[in-house]
Design a binder for this molecule. Structure first.
Ligand code: ATP
Length: 248
């Protein structure tokens, strides 16, 4: 059996009295796109933070090809595309500098870019259609362009496992289709992608598999088997009719 790109076992995370993840176990095989869906507060970001080693688990284990989260993050084995709403856009930095940040794990402590780093940044800007905006301040981009800049950073990083937090939020349908193409190309090259999204209707187009999270894993498998009315009611509440409407 192939070694999973990501293995999470019995992961429990609490913030004080709040139980954010309750004994979550899952594995994702290499070169797969796995959608992560659930209500607000269902633990998606907490799962990402756990995989990145940014929160301390009460119990359980995460590993990526034998690497523990913190090590995987510092070695650039796992990469993260944040919700762009969480970023300080007044920070005076150009698009090309943001994308170069993806190369830090490949550089020595001096962080002096070499030829391979410049080449990787150029290629990532091209892949995301941002070459003409490379020298613009990141704060002067549109929402969709900002997302693409962070995806370009992740491409330049060349991480084995990539976590994308809501890459489609606030992005028009044209730009969404461009992002989906880039993500499919990354999967084709062997990257594994875990993508949190509220876009249930677009899940089957994007993903090979999906995880429905509600503090614990409600269902995990092919999107059409995960998004059943019963599972959706369990995760989102409401009646089967109203929830199922949302994914048509
Ligand atoms: N730093 C924190 N301190 C206390 N509680 C927290 C903290 N971060 C998250 N929580 C709580 O943990 C639970 C899971 O939050 P999390 O951010 O992981 O959910 P989410 O699925 O990413 O939500 P959303 O879709 O709104 O981004 C929520 O109840 C949230 O209020």
């Amino acid at each position: 059996m192939t070694t999973p790109a990501l293995r999470v076992r019995d992961l429990t995370v609490r913030y004080g009295d709040v139980l954010a993840l309750d004994s979550v176990s899952l594995t994702v095989a290499p070169a797969r796109i796995c959608g992560l869906v659930g209500t607000n507060g269902s633990g998606k970001t907490t799962l990402f933070k756990s995989v990145l080693g940014l929160v301390t688990a009460e119990d359980g284990q995460v590993d990526m090809h034998g690497h523990r989260p913190r090590e995987a993050r510092t070695k650039g084995i796992v990469g993260y595309v944040p919700q762009t709403e969480q970023v300080d856009w007044h920070f005076p930095v150009r698009v090309i500098d943001v994308v170069m940040m993806g190369r830090y794990g490949h550089m020595g402590p001096t962080r002096r870019p070499r030829r391979a780093d410049h080449d990787a940044v150029t290629a990532a800007l091209e892949r995301t259609g941002l070459t003409h905006l490379a020298h613009r301040q990141i704060g002067a981009l549109s929402g969709g362009q900002r997302k693409r800049a962070f995806i370009a950073r992740a491409i330049a990083q060349d991480a084995n496992l990539l976590l994308l937090d809501e890459p489609f939020a606030g992005v028009d349908s044209h730009a969404q289709a461009d992002i989906v193409d880039v993500l499919h190309a990354m999967r084709h090259e062997g990257h594994t992608l875990l993508v949190s999204t509220h876009d249930l209707a677009g899940l089957a187009r994007l993903c090979d598999e999906a995880i429905l999270l509600q503090r614990r894993v409600v269902a995990h498998g092919p999107p059409e088997r995960v998004l059943t009315p019963q599972n959706l009611v369990e995760a989102f509440g409401g009646s089967t009719g109203t929830v199922a409407e949302g994914v048509r």
